[in-house]
Design a protein around this ligand. Structure first.
Ligand code: ADP
Length: 272
């Protein structure tokens, strides 16, 4: 009897612990949903007035920039530049929140990822060269197309390469793409400032920026890498970084080649 009583008491304790754990998980999920809604609402509310504020400034500069007294023109230009920065932050935030909430589902189509990646990296070559850096693209043809959402892939590549340019002062950037087993692997390597080991675990968290790290420009929101991680995850992939302060960083994205999504239902005979 004693043994039975002890077993019953144990089971009751387990059930209570389980219920408490579930309640905690549900409360956290609820909090997360509330936070996402809050971010999304605030961003929406900010976007319209910001657009309405920036358009007349941009118009004034375009229409009569030449006639304005120099100090006025300078101040308007400054206001416009900072306003545009704020708008970028709001846009990034909205996009990030919608990706995170799963509203922006990936539409994967069969893509020639080597051609597409080479082209994208090329877009930033001019910026790299202006900064006195080299940008090498090493994307030989892959054995088969990869199932990716091209708009999302563009964001992944551009974010990683733009960061590499921003945080590199001498040397350059290499963008390479390879098939490794049933995965396609993108590597963006730079000879830049690097990232201290202590910063690595939180690097992909939203708004995380390495304080004091020298950069070509302080422009940025700390959302880029968080977005990269979400976009890669939507494709069933991973992103990781290896870095040595003072020597450079390599970001590695791995995606399954995968199968394209299709909207076309299978022919009736196939279902039979
Ligand atoms: P940000 O808008 O600040 O660039 P990200 O999310 O893209 O935001 O990056 C987060 C932080 O990670 C950056 O602020 C920077 O400190 C660090 N970082 C990202 N990429 C690199 C890189 N290639 N080299 C060194 N540091 C980097």
């Amino acid at each position: 009897h004693q043994l039975l009583a002890a077993q019953v008491a144990g089971a009751v304790t387990d059930a209570r612990a389980y219920a408490a754990e579930r309640a905690r998980a549900e409360a956290l999920a609820e909090l997360d949903r509330a936070k996402t809604t809050f971010f999304s609402d605030v961003s929406h509310e900010l976007r319209t007035p910001l657009t309405l504020l920036l358009a007349p400034i941009a118009d004034a500069l375009a229409d009569s920039g030449g006639e304005l007294p120099e100090p006025v023109r300078e101040r308007l230009t400054l206001a416009l530049r900072n306003g545009q920065r704020l708008k970028r932050l709001v846009d990034d935030l909205l996009e990030f929140v919608s990706i995170e909430a799963g509203r922006t589902a990936a539409v994967r189509v069969a893509t020639d990822l080597a051609a597409c990646t080479g082209e994208l990296a090329g877009v930033l070559r001019a910026a790299a060269e202006r900064a006195g850096l080299t940008l090498d693209v090493d994307c030989p043809p892959l054995p088969r197309p990869a199932a990716v959402d091209p708009r999302m892939w563009e964001k992944v590549v551009l974010n990683l390469v733009a960061n590499a340019v921003k945080y590199t002062f001498v040397g350059g950037i290499t963008v390479s793409l390879r098939a490794e087993g049933d995965e396609v692997v993108l590597r963006v390597a730079d000879t830049g400032v690097g990232i201290p080991a202590a910063e690595l675990p939180a690097l992909f968290e939203r708004f995380h920026r390495v304080t004091g790290s020298p950069a070509r420009s302080r422009e940025g929101t700390g959302l880029g890498l968080a977005m990269v991680r979400e976009l890669v995850a939507l494709h069933g992939g991973t992103v990781e970084v290896e870095s040595e302060p003072g020597a450079g960083s390599t970001f590695t994205v791995r995606l399954p080649f995968g199968e394209p999504d299709t909207d076309t239902p299978p022919p009736a005979s196939a279902a039979a």
